[in-house]
Design a binder for this molecule. Structure first.
Ligand SMILES: [Zn+2]
Length: 270
C-alpha cells in the first residue's frame, strides 16, 4: 500500500498481479468522503488505513466492479457509514459479487453490502460534489466533480488515453459521449482509479477523445471498404494482450471494433 497526498486528497494505491497481468488500483479520501473502496484481495491493508482514519463519514462508489467495491462490506459492518452507488446497482451489491474466476484471482471475492442511491449532488463535510452519470465502461458509472475546485474523481472513465482493449460490456461510443459530457464542465485535476492523480487530467481526456474519434473513423472506413470485424481487429490491434487470454475474451480489442460498428449502424438508422 502506498499513500500519497495531493492537496486535501489522500490517494491509496495497491498493485496487484495475477496470471501475468498487473494493475494498480486507487481509492481516495477527501474531506471525510471515501471515493471507492479498493479490492477485497488487499482488505488487510485497507483495514489498516481505515483504522488510521476515523474521520471517514461516507463512501461514494464510482461503479460496482469488484476493484471499487471490495472492502465496502467491511466498512458497512465495522463503521456503519453510508455507502452510495448508482441506484441500478443497489440490488447487485446486496448479493455476493458474481463475475468470472480470473477476476476473483485478480481482485478477490466481493462480499455483499447494503448501499444507498447516489443523489445528483453529494455533500462531504465541507464540500459539494456534482454526480455525473458517465456510462460506457459500466452502465452504472458515476464521476464526482467539485465545481468550486475543478477536481474530478473519474472512476474508470480515463484509465489510459490510448484504449486498446475493453470489456465485453463496455461501449466505445458511450464512453465518448461520457467524455464529451465531462468536458462540458470546468475541471483540471483528475483522480483516476487505475492511473492515480493526473494534474492535467482535462488535457488527457481531450487526447483520449481525439484518439477514440480517429480510431472510430478508421474502423468505420475499413468496415465500409468491406473488411470484416475480425480483419479490422487484426489490422488495428495486431498484438494479443495478456488480458485477452486470461479472460477468455471477456477483454478483447474486438469489442472496440464491434461497438464502434454497432454505434455507426444505429446512427445510420436514425
Ligand atoms: Zn471498472
Amino acid at each position: 500500500m502506498e499513500i500519497t497526498q495531493q492537496g486535501d486528497v489522500l490517494s491509496v494505491k495497491h498493485s496487484v498481479e495475477y496470471g501475468g497481468f498487473k494493475s494498480d488500483v486507487y481509492m481516495y479520501l477527501v474531506d471525510g468522503m471515501l471515493v471507492d473502496t479498493g479490492a477485497y484481495r488487499v482488505l488487510d491493508d485497507v483495514i489498516a488505513f481505515y483504522k488510521d482514519h476515523k474521520d471517514i463519514e461516507l463512501a461514494c462508489i464510482t461503479h460496482s466492479h469488484e476493484d471499487h467495491t471490495g472492502t465496502a462490506a467491511w466498512l458497512a459492518q465495522n463503521r456503519q457509514i453510508p455507502i452510495y452507488i448508482h441506484p441500478m446497482s443497489i440490488e447487485t451489491c446486496a448479493k455476493p459479487g458474481e463475475y468470472p474466476l480470473y477476476r476473483h484471482g485478480i481482485w478477490g471475492q466481493r462480499d455483499p453490502f447494503a448501499a444507498l442511491p447516489l443523489a445528483d449532488q453529494m455533500d462531504s463535510c465541507t464540500k459539494q460534489w456534482k454526480v455525473l452519470h458517465t456510462p460506457g465502461h459500466a452502465a452504472d458509472h458515476m464521476a464526482f466533480l467539485n465545481r468550486a475546485t475543478g477536481m474530478l474523481f473519474s472512476g474508470d472513465l480515463l484509465v489510459t488515453p490510448k484504449t486498446k482493449i475493453i470489456l465485453r460490456e463496455e461501449s466505445i461510443p458511450t464512453i465518448m459521449s461520457s467524455i464529451r459530457k465531462v468536458l462540458t464542465y470546468d475541471f483540471e485535476e483528475v483522480f483516476c482509479c487505475h492511473r492515480g492523480y493526473v494534474k492535467d487530467g482535462r488535457q488527457l481526456f481531450e487526447i483520449k477523445l481525439d484518439y477514440l474519434e480517429n480510431l472510430s473513423g478508421e474502423i468505420i472506413h475499413l468496415y465500409e471498404q468491406g473488411n470484416t470485424m475480425d480483419e479490422i481487429k487484426c489490422r488495428l490491434f495486431p498484438a494479443t494482450p495478456v488480458l485477452f487470454e486470461l479472460s477468455d475474451g471477456e477483454w478483447d480489442s474486438g469489442h472496440i471494433v464491434r461497438t464502434v460498428i454497432e454505434g455507426h449502424k444505429a446512427q445510420m438508422q436514425v
